[in-house]
Design a protein around this ligand. Structure first.
Ligand SMILES: Nc1ncnc2c1ncn2[C@@H]1O[C@H](COP(=O)(O)OP(=O)(O)OP(=O)(O)O)[C@@H](O)[C@H]1O
Length: 619
């Protein structure tokens, strides 16, 4: 793969986006990999397309030559006194007609194949894009430069048909030019040189402008993402409520307008100077063409060539010039497209840091867990943050234990849970499960054995049943299991009220979708925790939106249903927290206290203080 860029560290820097000729040629090195992708998409369509284009490439030269024969024949017949046999002439005319029909037919067939192949290719690349995204780390998704890469790669999936037909068309034109140029060279090789001189200026000009337009577009990736985001929040069911209440539409639209206008202005300047230079440079080419034309006409007048030769030469010259111009133009847009391809391959080259062991066999997840999870001096920092979100954290989550995490906002509770589920790996220390580092276990198995319901769980705009089944998507057709999970999380009564029950589309974005209340959504999401047969269940503030009675009931059931399995509950409600076997109090990413409800009350530390505060609030 061509190392044509090293740009994404700071995509707004235009300097980095300036590309040399060497880099542009190097980008063409991406083409074989691209063709491999296209070939894998559909070998049949690929071959069919290539074969048809080859035939079509020969048609222009053949047509011109038959035209020459027709004219020469007409002239010959005119010179002859009296009647002569015209059958040869009409055969020629019929042949030219046949070629014209063939050419249109093949043209249509080629566009059809291009379109089909392009659509298949776009689908296939989109799937690969999603498959690759699924392998990447959560941390990578929280990185803005990653999003820029993803965005540029995503754009590749739709526009690649252009590259496809571009390259195929290019090859077709080249062969076509080969035929025509051979004809010209027979008369005078200098004509070919004249053509090259005529097309070079506009080629250089176009290359220059293509490169500038690529630089502009690339350096604007973050802004384009912002534009997409503004367009989304400006017109989406998820944001409509707050946009209306806070009167945000003016603010959002103004930001969109100023950003899009800035881009438009920059683009406009470029487009205007491109058009201006284009006129000048193409004018030079036209002058070259007419120079040659004068020479050809003069020779015909002097009788050095026939009338047929005149039309053939003039036609060939015009076509070769047009085709060469096309090829050279295509070449510059081809290199540009090839550079865009680099973004796609760059994205595919991003490797996840969190994965199962590769150098030795990963351990199977213990069933049941015997000792539990041990945090040994664990520390963690988020990327792009200098602050330790967690530091010097040492404690044990015993097998079968119910642990509650308590702490103020930002204390590190959710971070601890993410480390347990290996969404991140600790920067310091280690987490052991039954005596082995968490990293030694098979990642997929680990994730399957840990069920987490996050506070910002996703409200999938899918059916109610699917919204529960996402807890173990392989079991999505296991209706009894879905219904049992719903009963356990109290979602069954919510679903019973829906017109279409478990089949009910949730969320308003789709036809006949029904919106649930915050608490109802939470009950549905909680059902996910019961879908899987996990060894460790983690609920991160899962009941914040539930009413007091529902919350009490949920936890009574939770305690019973997770009997013999470990669980972690994050909650700000002490009525819930006190039901846990032990409570871990975090402050500023550090462990402050750990013990049972009564032990901590006795210690009379932070937990006792917070508990007292909340208890007083209820008095
Ligand atoms: N994705 C992230 N990138 C950078 N910093 C983060 C990220 N998520 C959390 N933080 C920071 O890490 C610290 C701990 O966050 P965490 O979400 O673990 O807190 P929490 O105790 O769960 O808070 P809350 O009670 O508000 O849910 C906070 O200071 C937060 O700003």
């Amino acid at each position: 793969m061509a190392k044509s860029q090293k740009p994404t560290d700071n995509p707004t820097s235009t300097k980095e986006s300036e590309l040399s000729w060497r880099e542009r040629f190097a980008a063409l090195g991406n083409l074989p990999a691209f063709f491999r992708l296209v070939w894998e998409t559909s070998p049949g369509l690929f071959i069919g397309n290539a074969a048809l284009r080859l035939i079509r490439a020969a048609i222009p030269a053949a047509t011109l030559y038959i035209g020459k024969l027709i004219i020469d024949e007409v002239v010959r017949l005119n010179r002859l006194p009296g009647f002569d046999d015209t059958s040869y002439l009409w055969t020629l005319v019929a042949a030219e007609f046949g070629l014209a029909i063939l050419s249109t037919g093949i043209g249509r067939a080629v566009s059809l194949l291009d379109g089909l192949l392009g659509d298949l290719f776009a689908n296939r690349t989109s799937v690969r894009l999603m498959e690759h995204a699924a392998t990447l780390d959560l941390e990578q998704f929280e990185d803005a430069t990653f999003y820029d890469k993803l965005e540029r790669a995503r754009r590749q999936t739709t526009g690649r048909t252009i590259l496809l037909s571009g390259v195929f068309g290019q090859v077709q034109e080249l062969i076509s030019v080969g035929f025509l140029a051979a004809g010209l060279a027979v008369y005078n090789p200098w004509l070919l040189l004249l053509i090259l001189v005529a097309v070079t200026p506009s080629f250089i000009g176009d290359n220059y402008f293509n490169q500038r337009s690529y630089s502009l577009s690339r350096s604007w990736t973050p802004e384009r993402r912002e534009l997409d985001y503004l367009r989304y929040i400006g017109a989406s069911d998820e944001t409509a409520k707050e946009v209306k209440i806070f009167g945000l539409s003016g603010f959002i639209i103004d930001r969109f307008r100023s950003l899009s206008n800035e881009f438009f202005q920059k683009n406009k300047q470029l487009a205007i100077s491109r058009a201006g230079w284009g006129v000048l440079l193409t004018g030079l080419g036209t002058a070259g063409y007419y120079g040659a034309y004068v020479w050809i006409v003069a020779r015909a007048v002097n009788g050095q060539i026939s009338l047929g030769d005149l039309t053939f030469l003039a036609g060939s010259f015009r076509q070769v010039r047009g085709s060469l111009e096309g090829i050279l133009l295509q070449f510059s847009s081809l290199t540009q497209e090839a550079i865009y391809l680099q973004d796609l391959f760059d994205y595919f080259a991003i490797k996840p840091l969190i994965h199962s062991q590769v150098d030795r066999k990963p351990l199977p997840f213990p069933r049941p867990v015997r000792e539990g999870f041990v945090f040994e001096n664990v520390g963690f920092k988020y990327t792009n943050s200098d602050r330790w979100a967690l530091r010097n954290l040492s404690f044990t989550l015993h097998a079968g234990e119910k642990l509650a995490l308590v702490g103020e906002n930002g204390a590190g509770k959710t971070t601890l849970v993410k480390l347990l589920a290996r969404l991140y790996d600790p920067a310091e220390g280690r987490i052991l499960l039954d005596g082995h580092d968490l990293r030694d276990y098979d990642l997929d198995e680990l994730r399957r054995n840990i069920g987490v319901i996050f506070q910002d769980y996703t409200r999938f705009k899918m059916s109610a049943g699917t919204n529960i089944a996402v807890g173990d998507i392989d079991e999505r057709t296991n209706q009894p299991r879905i219904e049992t999970s719903a009963q356990r999380s109290l979602a069954d009564t919510v679903i019973a009220k829906l017109p279409e029950g478990y089949e009910q589309q949730l969320g308003k974005s789709f036809n006949k979708g029904v919106e649930l209340s915050g608490g109802e959504w939470q009950k549905v999401a909680l059902g996910r925790a019961y879908m899987r047969d996990a060894q460790l269940i983690i609920l991160d503030e899962p009941t914040a939106a539930l009413d007091a009675r529902a919350e009490y009931e949920v936890f009574q059931r939770f305690a019973k249903l997770t009997e013999g399995r470990s669980s972690v509950i994050i909650s700000h409600r002490f009525s819930t927290v006190r039901m846990a076997d032990r409570i871990l109090v975090l402050e500023g990413g550090r462990l402050l206290e750990i013990g049972s409800h009564y032990e901590l009350l006795e210690q009379d530390g932070r937990y006792a203080e917070l508990f007292g505060l909340q208890a007083r609030g209820y008095q």
